[in-house]
Design a protein around this ligand. Structure first.
Ligand SMILES: [Zn+2]
Length: 295
């Protein structure tokens, strides 16, 4: 009888302890997933660079210079010229979204010219010379390739953070799907980056993170291809502005009419690197300003 009572006491204590832990993690957990990143004190700059049929985005925030992809080799001179105009001393973070040439072709030149402090890519490899050269450049820099995946985050100083929602699976059939879907938060504004992630990943991310995806700006997945940008994904983000990074008269027909239709239906203000060249966004955390380079 006494023993039984003791067990009950222990059980009650366990329930109380776990209850307290649950309340604490709910409270603090909420902080982690909300957009509460503190108050920005400076200006965020994001430049969606004009690299023809490819992707490259430069982010400057607080003391961080970040590059997401480096476009194809054919446009690497153009990439370097645009970067040079920004007076970058070094890159704190370089991310290669996935090992396709139109995203990593310019990487070796970036590593030749700039000091890079950290390098991230998904756990995916390619057998191409371009991929090999990039890995050589990373190792020559004295760096290891850090894995970027669901749950990775980058604290970027006061008011700024990047959260990474995918890749979620260990492996995908298509290299495009290893591209991380990420959200850069700056104060009250948010920006979604997608690489070339396609519908299968968009669906996974919506399923798990629908409530976290709301953002002001999206870079449409896979150069505006119809294989990305499902209605559910774009609706979860509900962006005011959209960026399409693609080449003039590209052979893929990017952006596809299905994507343009979604842009139209949802009233998104869209910008295209093939038509407007480099697209630069600045934000103080409450307002967004967009400038395009006239071609
Ligand atoms: Zn691509």
């Amino acid at each position: 009888m006494k023993k039984h009572k003791g067990n009950k006491k222990a059980q009650l204590l366990t329930i109380i302890i776990f209850g307290i832990i649950a309340i604490f993690s709910a409270y603090f957990g909420k902080d982690i997933i909300s957009t509460n990143v503190g108050t920005p004190t400076g200006v965020l700059e994001i430049s969606y660079l004009d690299v023809g049929q490819g992707d490259a985005a430069y982010i400057r925030v607080n003391d961080f210079d970040i590059l997401i992809d480096a476009g194809p080799k054919s446009d690497s001179d153009k990439l370097m010229k645009q970067l040079e105009e920004k007076n970058i001393d070094d890159f704190e973070i370089v991310i290669a979204t996935h090992p396709h040439e139109d995203h990593i072709g310019g990487m070796t030149k970036v590593f030749e010219k700039y000091d890079v402090e950290s390098f991230y890519m998904p756990k995916a490899t390619n057998t191409t010379k371009t991929f090999e050269n990039m890995m050589k450049a990373v190792s020559n820099e004295g760096l290891n390739a850090n894995v970027i995946k669901e749950g990775t985050s980058f604290e970027l100083g006061e008011g700024a953070r990047i959260d990474v929602y995918s890749p979620i699976q260990e492996s995908y059939d298509d290299l495009n799907d290893y591209s991380p879907i990420m959200k850069l938060t700056y104060g009250n504004k948010a920006f979604i980056f997608t690489g070339d992630a396609e519908k299968v990943v968009e669906e996974e991310v919506v399923k798990k993170y629908a409530n976290e995806l709301k953002a002001d700006v999206i870079k449409f997945g896979h150069h505006g291809s119809s294989t990305s940008s499902t209605k559910e994904f774009i609706e979860a983000i509900s962006p005011k502005y959209g960026i399409i990074s693609c080449g003039v008269d590209n052979s893929y027909g990017h952006p596809h009419k299905e994507t343009l239709k979604i842009i139209d239906e949802m009233g998104i203000e869209a910008y295209r690197t093939d038509k407007q060249g480099q697209i630069t966004i600045t934000s103080d955390g409450n307002n967004i300003e967009i400038k395009t380079q006239a071609i």
